[in-house]
Write a protein that binds this ligand. Structure first.
Ligand SMILES: [Zn+2]
Length: 105
C-alpha cells in the first residue's frame, strides 16, 4: 500500500502508536479466548484492531493478543520506512487540516 493511500482512520493510530480502544463483545463466530481465567476484549474505534487479554485467578496476564485489520501492519511498516516519527505527526496534522477544510466547504 502506498503511504498516501493509508486511510485517515488508520493514520491516526499509526502516527501516534496508540489506538482508541473501547470494550467489545466478540460475535458468535469470533475467537473468545481460552476457557480459563477472565478474558477482556477491546476494539479500536478507528482502525478496528482488536485486543484480547486473559488474566488468571491470581491476576497474572496469561495471554495477550492483537489482531489487526488486513493490510494494517504492512501499511504501518511502510509508513515507518518512509516517515520519521515527527514527520508522521506532521502528516497527521496535514490530514486533520484537510478534513476540516473539506468539512467546512
Ligand atoms: Zn486503531
Amino acid at each position: 500500500m502506498n503511504v498516501r493511500d493509508i486511510p485517515d482512520e488508520w493514520w491516526k493510530c499509526i502516527s501516534t502508536a496508540r489506538h482508541a480502544m473501547d470494550d467489545y463483545i466478540p460475535g458468535p463466530n469470533e475467537d473468545r479466548g481460552p476457557n480459563y481465567g477472565r478474558t477482556f476484549h477491546n476494539r479500536c474505534l478507528l482502525c478496528t484492531t482488536t485486543r484480547r487479554v486473559t488474566i488468571d485467578v491470581m491476576g497474572q496476564i496469561v495471554e495477550s493478543r492483537y489482531d489487526w485489520p488486513d493490510g494494517y501492519r504492512e501499511a504501518r511498516k511502510e509508513a515507518r520506512l518512509e516517515y520519521s516519527t515527527d514527520d508522521m505527526r506532521l502528516e497527521h496534522m496535514r490530514r486533520v487540516r484537510a478534513a476540516r477544510k473539506e468539512r467546512d466547504l
